[in-house]
Ligand binder design. Structure first.
Ligand code: DGL
Length: 280
């Protein structure tokens, strides 16, 4: 039995497109609906209750579109709102924290793992806890975790300054403590950061493995589609790509196109989810 309903993906804005890109690569035969809550971004500086409310509203929008799975393509929303989303969802929900933690534990050789994210994600401690839990499950001892909030990275990525001198200087400043700590694995625990991975990689040096949570999440999406028996069975030619933003579609496409390549996204529509009433 094949299920041709789309996969719903949401983020605070355009960063989640880095996750969408990996999902499209991993399961090209699946249709997707992407919602970027650009008018209310960034989430990384907002309070817990606000992020939970926004996330529930975004989920409601996607459920109204009859999606078969929801991917929370935002680390901040995953860190704050996943439990709440999961408990209220009608379909499976995939978050980005656990897959990233798993990948980091498998990649490290010296047990020193760095996590970079928004202030919000770091302050929840959810990522650190996820890495510790996964390390324990894998029987790993002596894991050391070093966290660093890199708030300016989001603005640099949104600005399209993916490989500029100012980005390099900012990265050198933020990443200095992690370099000094001798980490060998760095989790880019924010959807925007993979866009800066060239600079981040150069600053950290070749010996440090960069974990892109989008790649790890796409693997989870693929295996969940199979285990739930809800794959589309298509080969990719008929897959639909829909995009919605709560801000101006033209602006969204201008900034978002380089994320996905191949002329995507196009035909983006405007929608605001703050019309949905949710109990938080
Ligand atoms: N999408 C957010 C995340 O992954 C980054 C941007 C924001 O703060 O809204 O944490």
């Amino acid at each position: 039995m094949s299920d041709n309903r789309p996969i719903g993906v949401f983020d605070s804005g355009i960063g989640g497109l880095t996750v969408l890109r990996e999902i499209i690569n991993a399961v090209p035969g699946e249709s997707t609906i992407y919602f970027g809550d650009n008018s209310r971004a960034p989430y990384g500086t907002k309070s817990r209750s606000t992020i939970i409310r926004y996330s529930l509203q975004n989920m409601r929008f996607l459920e109204n579109k009859d999606v078969k799975m929801i991917v929370v393509a935002c680390n901040t929303a995953s860190a704050y709102a996943y439990e709440e989303l999961k408990s209220r969802a009608k379909v499976p929900v995939v978050e980005v924290v656990t897959p990233g933690a798993d990948e980091a534990c498998r990649a490290t050789k010296n047990g020193k793992i760095g996590i970079i994210a928004t202030k919000g994600t770091i302050s929840t401690g959810v990522y650190k806890a996820a890495v510790e839990k996964r390390a324990e499950e894998l029987g790993m001892k002596d894991i050391e975790i070093f966290q660093q909030a890199c708030p300016l990275f989001v603005s640099l990525a949104e600005e399209g300054w993916w490989d500029t001198e100012i980005t390099r200087l900012t990265a050198e400043e933020y990443l200095k403590p992690l370099k000094e700590a001798g980490i060998d694995t760095l989790v880019m625990a924010c959807t925007h950061y993979p866009l800066l991975s060239k600079v981040i990689g150069e600053v950290m040096g070749e010996s440090v493995v960069l974990v892109n949570t989008g790649v790890a999440t796409a693997k989870v999406v693929k295996s969940l589609l199979e285990s739930e028996g809800i794959s589309s069975g298509n080969n990719g030619a008929d897959s639909l790509r829909e995009f919605y933003t709560s801000d101006e579609p033209g602006l969204f496409e201008q900034v978002a196109a380089p994320f996905l390549g191949e002329g995507l996204p196009s035909g983006t529509r405007h929608f605001t989810t703050d019309r949905y009433e949710v109990d938080v």
